[in-house]
Design a protein around this ligand. Structure first.
Ligand code: NOJ
Ligand code: NOJ
Length: 512
C-alpha cells in the first residue's frame, strides 16, 4: 500500500508522532502528496521495505549535508523563536514544546529555557542588522524579567531565600507549578546564570552598565538581581543532593556540578568587573571545592553520571556527561573536550548506543556517506516520550550534542597542537573514521605537523558530519524535530518541536 515500486527522490525516513486523532502522518513518499492515515505498525514495516528498496536503487536524498545544514539552521531558528513567548504566555516564557498533552511540555523549564536563551544570546551577538539585534535583545530582556519573577515566586521547593530557586519548572502564566515533581533540580539556576552572564558581558561592552546593575548583577544582599541570586543559591547549595537533568534521580551529578562550576567561575569574573571582589573570591573558592567532587565521578573507565544516588542505573553510562562538558566546560584544562577521561566515556557511550538501537544498524546514508550513532539518555532508560513504561529511544538533542562535541574537540586539539594516544583515550581514537592507510600507534604523540594529526582532525570533523547526517535522516522533511526518534523505526516521537532540540541543532551547526 505505502510502498511504491519506484522510490521518488525526496522520500524520507520520517513518521510523525501519533496525534490526538490517533492518526499517524507517515512516510512522505512524494514531496507533494504525503501519504497519511497509516498505522504505526504499517509505518514500521514500510520502513523495512523502504530500506531494502533504497539499498537496491541507491536512491539519494534530495539535499546534500551542506545544503540541508543551511536550510535546517534557518528552520531551527524560526521554530525555536516560535516557542518563546507564544501567545497566551507571560513574555519571556519559553515553552519546552508546544505539546500540551501526551506529553504535556507546555511549561517554562528553567533548564531548557536557559539553554535555549544561550542560543539566543549567540543569535543576538551574530545579528546581521540592528532590527534583528533589537528583536533578540527584547526576548532576552523579557527572559530576564520573567526569571526574576520566577525567583521571587514561592513554590513547592521554597521561597526566594530558602530553596525556591531549585524549582525545575513554572506554569506559562508565571505561577508556581504545584504538582508532584522531581525537585529541586540544581542545574537550573546555574544554567540560567551562564546564559545571562554572557548577556551581561555583552551589555557592559555596549555601555549598558546601568541596566546590568539594576537587573542582572549587583552586590546587594539579599540579592535583588537575577545573576546575583542564582550565584548565591549555587554557591550555598551545591553540596546538597538534587534531581538530575533527566528529573528522575536524586544524588550528586556530574552534569549539575559542571554547570555550577562554570557559573561560579564566570560569575566571579563578572563580580570582580562590577567591584564585588569579596563575592568573587567566595565564588572561586566554591568552584574549586566543586572540582574536587567532580573528579570523583571518574571510576577508571568512565565518568559516572551520578554519585550517592541512582544506583538503579547499573551501567553508570549517561550522555549527560557529553552535555556536561559542552554546557559546563570552560576549555581551561579542567574536564575539557580533549580530556582522556571524557574521550574514554564518549567512546563507551557511542559504543553502547550503537548496539542498543536498531536504527544504528544502518551506518551509511542513501549516498553511501557515513551515518553517525543515534544517542539516547542512558542505557536503562524507559521513557518513550509519552510514558516511562517502555523502552528509551535516541534523542535529537543528544545525537546533535555528539556532533558538537566532535567539531569542538577537533578545534581544541588544533589549539593544543598535539595529540597523545594513551591507554585511556586509545579506544576513542580507534573509533574514529580514520583512513585505513594510516596506523594509529599506542603511546605515540602526534604533533600538528604530522599526517596522522591532520587525519585525526579530519576524522573528528567527519564524525561530526556523520552525526548531523543521522539527525537529517530522521528529521521531518519540513525540518522539524521532536524530542526522540523511535529506536527501531527511526520515526520521530515524543514532544513535537522540542525547543531544546532546535537549540542543540543550532549549537552543533555553529560548531561545525
Ligand atoms: C519522565 C521522564 O523520564 C523525565 O525525564 C521527564 O522529565 C518526565 N517524564 C516528564 O516528561
Ligand atoms: C524531559 C527531559 O528529561 C528534561 O531534561 C527536560 O527538561 C524536560 N523533558 C523538558 O524538555
Amino acid at each position: 500500500m505505502l510502498i511504491s515500486s519506484r522510490l521518488p527522490s525526496g522520500s524520507k525516513l520520517v513518521c510523525g508522532r501519533p496525534n490526538s486523532s490517533s492518526v499517524v502522518e507517515t512516510v512522505q513518499w512524494t514531496e507533494k502528496k504525503p501519504v497519511k492515515n497509516a498505522t504505526l505498525s504499517a509505518c514500521r514495516s514500510s520502513i523495512a521495505a523502504f530500506l531494502i528498496l533504497t539499498s537496491l536503487t541507491g536512491a539519494a536524498f534530495a539535499a546534500d549535508l551542506d545544503t540541508w545544514v543551511q536550510s535546517e539552521s534557518r528552520i531551527a531558528t524560526n521554530k525555536l523563536l516560535a516557542n518563546i513567548s507564544p501567545a497566551g504566555t507571560l513574555p519571556g516564557t519559553i515553552v519546552a514544546s508546544p505539546s500540551r498533552a501526551n506529553p504535556d511540555y507546555y511549561f517554562h523549564w528553567i533548564r531548557d529555557a536557559g539553554l535555549v536563551m544561550d542560543a539566543v544570546v549567540t543569535l543576538h551577538q551574530g545579528s546581521a542588522n540592528k532590527e534583528d539585534q533589537q528583536r533578540y535583545a527584547k526576548l532576552l530582556f523579557d527572559y530576564v524579567d520573567l526569571s526574576r519573577r520566577n525567583q521571587l515566586t514561592s513554590n513547592p521547593s521554597g521561597g526566594p531565600a530558602d530553596g525556591g530557586l531549585g524549582e525545575p519548572k513554572f506554569n506559562v502564566d508565571g505561577s508556581a507549578f504545584t504538582g508532584s515533581w522531581g525537585r529541586p533540580q540544581n542545574d537550573g539556576p546555574a544554567i540560567r546564570s551562564n546564559s545571562l552572564i554572557r548577556f551581561a558581558n555583552i551589555l557592559l561592552k555596549q555601555g549598558r552598565e546601568d541596566y546590568v546593575r539594576s537587573r542582572l548583577y549587583d552586590s546587594r544582599l539579599p540579592a535583588e538581581t537575577v545573576i546575583k541570586a542564582d550565584l548565591e543559591y549555587v554557591s550555598h547549595h551545591w553540596r546538597e543532593a538534587s534531581f538530575d537533568l533527566w528529573e528522575e534521580t536524586k544524588g550528586q551529578h556530574f552534569y549539575t556540578r559542571m554547570v555550577q562550576r562554570k557559573a561560579l567561575i564566570q560569575g566571579a569574573d563578572l563580580a570582580e568587573r562590577l567591584g564585588d571582589g569579596g563575592a568573587a573570591s567566595w565564588y572561586r573558592s566554591q568552584a574549586s571545592e566543586i572540582e574536587k567532587e567532580i573528579v570523583k565521578h571518574w571510576d577508571g573507565q568512565i565518568i559516572r553520571a551520578t554519585r550517592d544516588g541512582g544506583d538503579w542505573k547499573s551501567s553508570g553510562l549517561d550522555t549527560a556527561i557529553i552535555l556536561g562538558v559542552l554546557h559546563g566546560g570552560l576549555n581551561d584544562g579542567f574536564m575539557s573536550l580533549t580530556d582522556d577521561r571524557v574521550l574514554s566515556t564518549v567512546e563507551r557511550l557511542k559504543n553502547d548506543f550503537h548496539g542498543r538501537y536498531g536504527i544504528n544498524g544502518r551506518d551509511t546514508d542513501f549516498d553511501g556517506k557515513l551515518l553517525g550513532t543515534a544517542l539516547g539518555r542512558y542505557p536503562e532508560d524507559k521513557y518513550t516520550g509519552y510514558d516511562s513504561n517502555g523502552l528509551g529511544n535516541p534523542w535529537f538533542l543528544l545525537t546533535n550534542a555528539l556532533a558538537e562535541f566532535y567539531f569542538k574537540s577537533a578545534r581544541h586539539f588544533q589549539e593544543e597542537g598535539q595529540i597523545q594516544i594513551s591507554a585511556t583515550n586509545e579506544r576513542f581514537f580507534r573509533s574514529l573514521p580514520i583512513r585505513a592507510r594510516l596506523q594509529l600507534m599506542s603511546g605515540q604523540v602526534y604533533d600538528s605537523k604530522t599526517a596522522m594529526f591532520r587525519e585525526i582532525i579530519r576524522s573528528l570533523r567527519e564524525a561530526g558530519d556523520a552525526q548531523l547526517r543521522r539527525t537529517k535522516l530522521h528529521a521531518s522533511s519540513d525540518g522539524s524535530l521532536s524530542e526522540q526518534m523511535n529506536r527501531d523505526s527511526g520515526y520521530m516521537q515524543g514532544a513535537n518541536d522540542l525547543t531544546w532540540s532546535y537549540a542543540s541543532m543550532l549549537t552543533a551547526i555553529w560548531a561545525r
